[in-house]
Design a protein around this ligand. Structure first.
Ligand SMILES: [Zn+2]
Length: 234
């Protein structure tokens, strides 16, 4: 009796050939896509066009909160509580780099719709002092920027942070600003003249770090904006 051959498989000899394998694999993955796990919870399946599963995205509930940052304009994607607080803890203390990249994508998806941010020239991740960078393994602000660039490409402008601010939390807001006043240096400061820089950080609390960097940008005739993953309730 006649039996139709329905198998899609290539002969084993061809399948294992190094020249055939890559395209065979990509064809196979096109026909039967491998589900991508959510980098936020590691259990859900990534929803199409989003950087995480639907459950996580609804828990993060990204929305642009407009912040009053003296004479500067700034935005935060959510409050520093519940789920975002938990995710930031994982980034900082459990070294979850891909989680930070995914949240960066979410930040960009929210920010790119903001009319005030349309003409931004550079992303400026808030730098970490090199000692803290060594301890932590990566700078979460740079990881956010990497994710942001995947959905909203911009040039990245880097600054240097000079002294660790380990005891910042014990200072009054005024002392913090004083302490941070000479904390940063801009690399090639003439490049930012007349440019709009989006300063990116994980959390806005007192704003001491942001103001210190924003003032420095302004002193070099750049226009600073702020984008934070979270801010604390005021
Ligand atoms: Zn998830």
């Amino acid at each position: 009796m006649f039996r139709a051959r329905t198998s899609l498989k290539l002969p084993v000899r061809l399948r294992n050939s190094p020249r055939i394998r890559p395209w065979f694999q990509s064809l196979w993955e096109l026909l039967y896509p491998v589900p991508e796990f959510c980098p936020l919870c590691q259990t859900g399946i990534v929803a199409e066009g989003l950087p995480g599963c639907k459950v996580c995205i609804s828990r993060v509930n990204p929305s642009m909160h407009r912040l009053r940052l003296a004479r500067y304009q700034g935005f935060a994607v959510g409050y520093y509580d519940d789920y975002l607080q938990h995710l930031l803890y994982q980034i900082k203390y459990l070294n979850q780099y891909q989680l930070a990249v995914a949240l960066g994508k979410l930040m960009a998806l929210a920010a790119k719709e903001q009319p005030e941010l349309q003409a931004v020239d550079y992303f400026l991740p808030v730098p970490l002092h090199h000692e803290r960078l060594q301890k932590r393994g990566f700078n979460q602000a740079e990881a956010f920027v990497e994710g942001m660039n995947q959905v909203w490409p911009h040039r990245v402008y880097k600054a240097i942070r000079h002294k660790p601010t380990a005891f910042q939390s014990q200072l009054t807001p005024q002392e913090r600003i004083k302490n941070l006043n000479r904390a940063f240096t801009l690399i090639h400061p003439t490049k930012i003249k007349g440019k709009r820089l989006l300063i990116v950080d994980d959390i806005f609390t007192t704003g001491a770090t942001f103001y210190s960097l924003a003032d420095l940008v302004e002193r070099n005739q750049g226009v600073p904006f702020g984008l934070f993953l979270t801010h604390s309730h005021s």
